[in-house]
Design a protein around this ligand. Structure first.
Ligand code: DCB
Length: 328
């Protein structure tokens, strides 16, 4: 004959098990709840990114490093791990220069594989024409036109893709003379296949002069201007530029930021990063962090030698990665 205490103990174990089962099912669905299957086609409403129901929607996730160097990390396993940690967007950084698309156009196959892997994991995906040393997007405008024509045709069936048409214009480049006409050329090419796609447009000074773009905005709908920051280098001055641009009605998207200094190294500057994340949260903006790779530099989220297929333990994740993943 079992005594009362025995029954109470068994009931306690049963209730605990039920709570754990229901709880983990709920947590699993919260992660999936943030993806493409829930939010659908995104659009720009005033200065906000909203989902297909009109709800403000924040994208938060990781950017790859250059696909020509670290493309292996853009794998289904990595993306599943990031999704399970709470990310809902992946940015695929396709460098144009430095051995990227211009000298090796077949890199686009790696890019498409990566985009497919992100989409299969219910993630939004930003395809990034990653100009950098080639600071003026007009330098490779012809190649950009054909790349975006092909890419938008290929992904016209899904609302998952956002198009970032020039990573970081820099050097002798002007919004009105260079970037704006470039955008006016490229956006209709994308829209011919993907009429509703959100397009992200870089701004002068490594995508910091969002206020300059706001003074002379593009006429197209569903456009956001990118602001990039590195927490060890950029602070209140750049945040003020973002507020100034938003006050003028420009939608701003942080498609790249790092916990490091602007060269990708130093730090990580965690307290400065927190200030930036608070600033964005207060404005219902979120972000894409640089970068998903194991390079020996402080902005890299993974430790050298980490698996290219996800499933990382804490020991495989850098100080930057641990902080960033905790903020998804
Ligand atoms: C941006 C670029 C990105 C760059 C990071 C960090 O550049 F979009 O491509 O990434 O920010 O600098 C770095 C990698 C390095 C790599 C190098 C060159 O982390 O591993 O060797 O690209 O491919 C910025 C951003 C801001 C500023 C300057 C640069 N700034 N920049 O404010 O001065 O010169 O690359």
């Amino acid at each position: 004959m079992k005594n009362r205490a025995w029954w109470y103990q068994r009931m306690g174990i049963f209730v605990l098990a039920m709570v754990m089962i229901v709880g983990s099912a709920f947590l699993g669905s919260v992660q999936a709840l943030d993806g493409v299957s829930v939010h659908g086609q995104l659009r720009v409403d005033g200065i906000n990114l909203v989902d297909h129901t009109g709800m403000p929607t924040t994208l938060h996730g990781m950017s790859t490093h250059g696909m020509q160097w670290f493309g292996k990390f853009a794998s289904a396993g990595s993306f599943r791990t990031l999704r399970d940690k709470g990310a809902n967007v992946i940015r695929i950084a396709m460098y144009t220069d430095e051995g990227g698309y211009i000298s090796n156009p077949s890199i686009k196959n790696t890019v498409y594989q990566a985009m497919d892997a992100a989409i299969a994991n219910d993630l939004y995906v930003i395809v990034d024409w990653h100009i950098l040393h080639d600071g003026n997007p007009r330098t490779h405008e012809t190649e950009a036109a054909s790349f975006f024509d092909e890419t938008a045709a290929r992904y016209s069936h899904t609302p998952a893709v956002l198009y970032e048409i020039c990573n970081e214009p820099n050097g002798n480049v002007s919004w009105n003379e260079d970037i704006k006409p470039y955008a006016e050329h490229i956006i209709p090419i994308i829209r011919a296949h993907a009429p509703e796609a959100v397009v992200l447009v870089g701004t002068p000074t490594w995508s910091q002069d969002v206020n300059v773009a706001a003074d002379s905005p593009l006429a197209e709908k569903n456009v956001m201007y990118t602001c990039h920051f590195y927490a060890g280098t950029h602070g209140a001055d750049l945040r003020n530029k973002i507020d100034a641009a938003r006050q003028k009605g420009a939608a701003v998207f942080v498609s790249e930021w790092g916990t490091s200094a602007a060269d990708g190294n130093g730090g990580p500057y965690i307290e400065n990063s927190r200030q930036w994340l608070d600033f964005m949260k207060q404005r219902q903006m979120r972000w894409v962090n640089w970068s998903l790779c194991d390079k020996n530099e402080s902005s890299a989220a993974l430790q050298p030698g980490a698996s290219t297929d996800g499933g990382w333990t804490d020991a495989n994740i850098s100080a930057s990665g641990r902080f960033v993943f905790s903020q998804f």
